[in-house]
Design a protein around this ligand. Sequence first.
Ligand SMILES: Cc1cc2nc3c(=O)[nH]c(=O)nc-3n(C[C@H](O)[C@H](O)[C@H](O)COP(=O)(O)O)c2cc1C
Length: 173
Amino acid sequence: MQRPEPIENEKEVTSIDLIVSKSDAEGNITYVNPIFVKISGYTQGELLEKPHAILRHPDMPKAVFRYLWEHITKGEDVVAFVKNLCKDGSYYWVLATVKMAKNPDGSFRNYMSTRRAVKPEAKETIGKLYAEWLKIEKEEGEEASWQTFNAFLNENGLTDAKSFNTFMQNLNR
Ligand SMILES: Cc1cc2nc3c(=O)[nH]c(=O)nc-3n(C[C@H](O)[C@H](O)[C@H](O)COP(=O)(O)O)c2cc1C
């Protein structure tokens, strides 16, 4: 996928903004709300049916997305900070809650992500952690970064999705 060149320009997500999207089982976008469209800089037509990775910022460590997918495929909600890339190369931080929705018969329906603004202190804390995991990913590989990420979870007692989510939410209080 051809990605925009990142630039050092942050777009503001205000406390009232709720950035929503839905996807199929592979993460391809099936719905975006108007705020999603506006902040991303893409048109709705450019986003629909594209993978969510269209927003992937190179500052994001792979371990975070691996954790996300390991849990959402099991039907467990995940709350995580994400730095996203806009069409013009700008970025914006969000605290995303990703959930699986099921049909009345219990079969998979879609995934939905709702994203809210991130407090400056949380950006500072999580930005440093992500930079550390990304550095290990680049220097020692994805598996080493994944192990460091999991060591962090163990050291902080974040051994299930529920405690992980609470930890992330508390960072943004
Ligand atoms: C509902 C849903 C929303 C997602 N939202 C984002 C997002 O906002 N930004 C992002 O980079 N990845 C998002 N992802 C994760 C992507 O599917 C993908 O795992 C990630 O961008 C890493 O891409 P890569 O594996 O190609 O490196 C979302 C996934 C789902 C299921």
